[in-house]
Write a protein of this length. Structure first.
Length: 372
């Protein structure tokens, strides 16, 4: 943590913003487990003091009971990740800040401690989440403007802002944020493509109606609700019958010389991020290993094109099948070779520019850009 944020970290107690029933990450089980403050206060406080994410809502609030739900939809992020974002924001006392994704309210509290009362506007789409956060903020003595609304629209009533901070994952930077940011102001947000769930922190400087800047490091956040992906089921792509356009029986077969050790990298690797930038409208799904083989699937988002590559440990070649209007594996393989040919760039060599022409990503130089 940057030393200048230490007083805020000490003053804004994470535990004060957490519900009595929450789902904490269990490092041993590599899963989340329910922790009830009334039943096990020691475990509850231990979770609150940990540097792990804590789920505070499932299934947009429709979930009941103590068992985990289907999809986590609100959380308390890892403190180390939150304070890294705050450091990226370069925010000082007296600045006006838009905080998108109130969640528990802890980040809004930290920004209020830094900037002062009434300098922070925090927006949350879920009325229940916003209500609880507002109550906890009041109880803790922090008084930002708490707004219920679609964070993608920002909050024009308190604009312009010196800084915009999002603690939700984006697939598109909303134009409203650029319009509501002062010239020279900053937008800091997790951004990524639908290729994987992973995001990367981007720091955008706003000038002349355009926001542009570099990525910093990988992260993963729950996605802005209006930008969530709804992927059709596997059976909508791979059918059992033969057809000229795409059933499994009609797929083209080939092999690739890319090996499993080269292609299967950790979830937050620069390779996966780069592939998402170079192969638009595509989702990658890595299957578990079965009988010595691992399948990696690719699904098109604009049609029902699909591809599958099956790797075997130690094998020099992998078997490929692909069908539909696009040859997705051919696109992915070309993107892989592009990444290798450019020196295997990490996240920090990539950047993003958002303006009237839409979103453009780039490597090293904003002039060398393309649509993701």
């Amino acid at each position: 943590m940057a030393p200048d944020w230490a007083p805020t970290f000490a003053a804004v107690d994470r535990a004060a913003f957490l519900p009595e029933l929450m789902w904490a990450f269990d490092a041993g089980a590599q899963d989340v487990v329910a922790v009830d403050k009334a039943e096990d206060p020691d475990a509850w406080y231990a979770a609150a003091d940990s540097d792990f994410p804590i789920v505070t809502q499932w299934d947009d609030g429709e979930h009941t009971g103590s068992a985990p739900g289907r999809v986590s939809t609100s959380s308390s992020s890892m403190p180390s990740v939150v304070y890294a974002l705050l450091r990226d924001l370069a925010v000082d006392e007296g600045m006006s800040v838009l905080d998108v994704g109130t969640g528990t309210g802890e980040t809004a509290g930290a920004l209020t401690h830094r900037c002062g009362d009434r300098k922070v506007t925090t927006v949350e789409v879920d009325p229940s989440v916003s209500r609880h956060a507002g109550a906890r903020l009041d109880a803790a003595g922090w008084h930002p403007r708490v707004v219920v609304g679609d964070g993608a629209k920002g909050h024009a009533g308190n604009a312009p802002y010196d800084r915009v901070l999002a603690t939700v994952g984006l697939r598109e930077v909303p134009g409203a944020w650029i319009e509501q940011t002062r010239p020279g102001g900053l937008i800091v947000a997790p951004w990524g493509t639908h290729y994987t769930h992973a995001d990367a922190v981007v720091r955008l400087v706003v000038r002349n109606g355009t926001a542009s800047g570099r990525f910093a490091r990988p992260v993963e956040f729950m996605k802005l609700r209006t930008q969530r992906l709804s992927l059709p089921p596997h059976g909508a792509y791979v059918t059992t019958g033969r057809s000229a356009g795409g059933g499994d029986g009609g797929a083209d077969a080939s092999v690739t010389g890319i090996t499993e050790s080269e292609f299967i990298t950790p979830p937050y690797s620069a390779l996966r991020f780069a592939l998402g930038l170079r192969v638009p409208n595509c989702v990658q799904v890595v299957a578990d290993r079965c009988d010595g083989a691992r399948a990696v699937w690719f699904y098109g988002l604009t049609d029902r094109s699909w591809a599958c590559v099956v790797f075997r440990a130690g094998a020099a070649e992998a078997r490929v099948r692909q069908a539909g209007e696009r040859r997705l594996w051919d696109e992915v393989e070309a993107a892989y070779r592009w990444w290798v040919g450019h020196g295997r760039p990490d996240h920090a060599r990539f950047g993003l520019t958002v303006g009237p022409a839409g979103q453009r990503v780039w490597l090293d130089d904003p002039a060398d850009c393309w649509a993701p």
